[in-house]
Design a protein around this ligand. Structure first.
Ligand code: SAM
Length: 240
């Protein structure tokens, strides 16, 4: 098991990923604010190698699908052993199986998970996992979008990143979190910075006015307009 420990006194938010490819971790999670927070001990990461729970001399983790068909399926007994090991000292952590069949990952779900003690994430491979282990080990299926990846590791990283950046102390200004896309059920308004004029395109005058009320109203209007144009489904959910 690869362990990326916490160096802080406060108990960290814990991510435990069960994977056939532990060497993929921390990978991109070691960069920028999320990587800094890992180093600072705000969160910790264990990449648990599913292969070490494999059966026999070849540490087999998969078998042919019952009923026939293409590909291989990860065995329920092997996954159960790995999830049980992950949960041994972390019985309080919610258990997630990243899966294209799952409920969509949303900002609300990321906030819920970030407010808890962490999570155990099972990353699937091949055709997926034996259905029985999902119920037997209480694994909640979560999807990162309507497309199929070759494995769950990138999906696990997406989930971890979305949660970790919400932890206190990870992002310098907590105010910026409240104004981001989805925070208030809207997409974010357009952002600008220097230079004031670029390729004959000027920063909207209102943003240079210093009038905070007008700026806030402009941003709210733009956020509503963009959301209506691009994601009318979000506007619908807001009014409910
Ligand atoms: N046969 C599966 C199906 O049609 O639903 C797809 C298996 S996929 C090739 C292998 C693994 O990638 C899955 O077990 C899952 O862990 C992960 N995965 C693929 N797409 C995903 C998505 N959109 N969200 C989360 N995990 C995904």
């Amino acid at each position: 098991m690869a362990h990326f420990p916490s160096s802080s006194n406060r108990s960290p938010w814990r991510a435990k990923v069960v994977t056939l490819f532990p060497a993929m971790f921390p990978g991109p999670l070691s960069a920028s604010v999320v990587g800094g927070a890992l180093g600072a001990g705000i969160w910790s990461l264990d990449a648990i190698d599913l292969r070490t729970f494999g059966l026999g001399r070849h540490r087999t983790v998969d078998d042919h699908p019952a009923g026939g068909g293409a590909g291989m399926v990860l065995r329920c007994d092997v996954i159960a052993a790995a999830v049980d090991a992950a949960a041994a000292e972390a019985a309080d952590l919610p258990r997630i199986y990243v899966s294209p069949r799952g409920e969509p990952l949303t900002q609300r779900l990321a906030s819920e998970l970030a407010a808890g003690p962490g999570m155990i994430v099972l990353a699937g491979r091949f055709e997926g996992v034996d259905e029985r282990v999902l119920e037997a080990r209480g694994l909640r299926e979560v999807s990162i979008g309507d497309y199929v990846l070759s494995g769950g590791e990138l999906a696990a990283m997406v989930m971890i990143d979305a949660c970790v950046r919400l932890l206190p102390g990870v992002i310098g200004s907590q105010d910026s979190l409240g104004e981001e896309s989805f925070a208030a059920g809207l997409l974010e308004y357009p952002q600008y910075t220097r230079p004031r004029e670029w390729e004959e395109r000027a920063i909207p005058e209102v943003l240079l006015s210093g009038d905070h009320k007008r700026i806030a109203a402009w941003r709210r209007d733009k956020a509503e307009l963009l959301t209506r144009q691009r994601r009318p489904d979000l506007m619908g959910r807001r009014s409910r």
